[in-house]
Design a protein around this ligand. Sequence first.
Ligand SMILES: C[S@@+](CC[C@H](N)C(=O)[O-])C[C@H]1O[C@@H](n2cnc3c(N)ncnc32)[C@H](O)[C@@H]1O
Length: 368
Amino acid sequence: MALSSISKLNWAAATNKSIHHHSDSYFKKRIRIAAAQSSGGGMAAEYEEGQLERPKWTGETPLSRLVGALISFKPLYSLLKLGARQVLISTAEKTSIPWRDMTNEILDSDVYKEKDAIEDSSIVYPDYYLNPFHAYDEGNLSWLAAAEAEAATMSMVRRAIPNASSLDEANQIVRGNWLQAIETHHNQYSGYSSIQDILDIGCSVGVSTRFILDKFPSAKVTGLDLSPYFLAVAQYNDKRRNQGKEKVKWIHGNGENTGLPSKSFDLVSIAYVFHECPERAIKNMAKEAFRLLRPGGTFAVTDNSPKSKILQELSPVLFTLMKSTEPFLDEYYLTDLEATLELVGFVNVQTVLTDPRHRTVTATVPYS
Ligand SMILES: C[S@@+](CC[C@H](N)C(=O)[O-])C[C@H]1O[C@@H](n2cnc3c(N)ncnc32)[C@H](O)[C@@H]1O
């Protein structure tokens, strides 16, 4: 595949259609109503599911095997990796996300000393975490990955809502509906008990953590991640935004086995982490969340939806690019997350499409 043809792709235009332009047949298809209809006045939105259980380019289908074979051919993989990266940067900059400026600002800053303060040298990284990932040879264990993470997050949000007129508007949908689904679930199943202690597992550079804090401003919020590089950026930005004081407690740890005390949180959130993990890590993190939550506490996972019509219908070029930088996508889509949570002991397991690409799965730790 020629690199030039990849970089010319308009990612957003090629992958998204607004669900607001319905045809009559639209109404005959299965629709989920986002949980954003709380009494808090959140926006009600409808997002369309595809006909399949999961994208046809995952699992043991001929198409999936073909993509797998292409990716395992090293010279092609290197080209794809480069192409995927170019598409990411150029589509971000086309939607006014100053990718390179944001990256350089972090790389030229004092961020480096934060890593020494936050790094726990006793951490043993799980094998899957040491793979090349997202087109970075050192995966998430690098300064470049950390410096680019916020721009990449913004880009993901813009891709999810391509018709939004600004990043803020896209965030209001993607992040707003996710947090609204959590609040609605907690109010419904935990009797409006207040959320005082929150853990954001896989907090990366702290973007999800910031949104959580804005939604629940009186809660004590902890962000935990395996990458000391990402956490260094999170802590650096937290101090920079809050006149030197940190609003969040940042912890270098493994979400599969945090070492934090049992029953010490009212909400454990895991946002956009599971599609980067093998099934065993997903199961371990679900078990760990169950241990960490108090009875009545809420667990919330937001990530790609296997049922998303847009993801099911991605063009072959785009899903090949996507799979080339996301080694565990297949395992993620093949994992029955709702059944996993029930097996772990969670009750009230609910799933809603909170935007055209992503689902939010919420669950409760029973009182007895
Ligand atoms: C896409 S990022 C998450 C983005 C962030 N939560 C947000 O919504 O903006 C995925 C993160 O999961 C982290 N991660 C992956 N496996 C982990 C594990 N076992 N424990 C803790 N963090 C993990 C990675 O280091 C990475 O920062």
